[in-house]
Design a binder for this molecule. Structure first.
Ligand code: LHQ
Length: 256
């Protein structure tokens, strides 16, 4: 139910149930987790793009599989299927871009929030749909949304479940860029290839250090930066960056 393709340093993971707005099934949750693990292992991959086939990005849990609660242990459902997938986004020490081609709803919105960068087609939209069926934002929705847009906006989006357009998403900092629908995937891939040409190890360390920093006090965060800088300072790309600067030429980073 997903596609996985690597070219020019970029792994593209496409959620592929277009007739169901790419809604999640247990199989898809596992496939996404495995695709991220694969991309982490594959040295040729220096950036990951997550997108949806067809009109939607992702409509969240396939509601055909849960039929209104009671019969399904939602806590167990999340612990088994969603939480390991969401954790894998941070465990993957390479930049992950959500290329939000259409609507991102419920856990589909949460997954976009779990990505490091969000690029939106002008046809994209975001629906924190949980409240519309009496649920709580899950899959990291309550964690990432306030951290990305601030607590005031996060509570509003979660409590109203109202649709946010791409334009509004850009205004509130929910997405990083908006591109025309016609050229969207080309624009997103160009962005991804640019990231894939940068110091991949350093970017992985930036990702880890920033996310860890969210959980730390200043003293601990400073200590973690010192630790991460030791690692970054010993990469080939750091050496290349400094050498290229001194030689007044463009750097050629290899991701090592
Ligand atoms: C869908 C879905 C869908 C199945 C659209 N399932 N078919 C975790 C743990 C435990 C329990 C529950 O959940 C979770 C995590 C969650 O994600 S909870 C939140 C689940 N998601 C939602 O509540 C979103 C439901 N969908 C919508 O609100 C709308 O469909 C959106 C805003 C996504 C799109 O609206 P429209 O553009 O107006 O399209 P549409 O409503 O006509 O949907 C298109 C088709 O996709 C339609 O099928 P059809 O056969 O009639 O063309 C929908 O039934 C189907 N679809 N979402 N989640």
């Amino acid at each position: 139910t997903i596609l996985y393709e690597v070219s020019e340093g970029v792994a593209v993971v496409t959620l592929n149930r277009p007739d169901k707005f790419n809604a999640f099934t247990a199989v898809m949750n596992k496939e996404i987790t495995d695709a991220l693990k694969q991309a982490q292992k594959d040295a040729d991959v220096r950036c990951i793009v997550l997108t949806g086939a067809g009109r939607a990005f992702n409509a969240g849990q396939d509601l055909g599989d849960v039929s209104g609660g009671g019969d399904v242990d939602y806590g167990g459902f999340l612990r088994d299927r969603y939480n390991p997938m969401i954790l894998q986004f941070q465990k993957t020490e390479k930049p992950i871009i959500a290329a939000v081609n259409g609507v991102a709803a419920g856990a589909g919105m949460s997954v976009a929030l779990a990505c490091d960068i969000r690029l939106a087609s002008e046809k994209a939209s975001f629906v924190n749909a949980f409240v519309n069926i009496g649920l709580v934002p899950d899959s990291g929705g309550c964690y990432y949304l306030p951290r990305i847009v601030g607590i005031g906006k996060a509570l509003e989006l979660a409590m109203t479940g109202e649709k946010v357009s791409a334009e509004e998403a850009l205004r509130i900092g929910l997405v990083n860029q908006v591109y025309p629908a016609e050229s969207f995937m080309e624009d997103a891939l160009a962005y991804a290839r640019k990231l894939a040409s940068l110091p991949t190890k350093g970017i992985g360390l930036i990702k880890r250090t920033m996310y860890k920093g969210l959980e730390m006090g200043l003293e601990e965060a400073l200590e973690y930066e010192a630790f991460a800088q030791e690692a970054a300072g010993s990469t080939a790309d750091h050496k290349e960056g400094v050498t290229a600067f001194m030689e007044k030429r463009a750097p050629r980073f290899t991701g090592r």
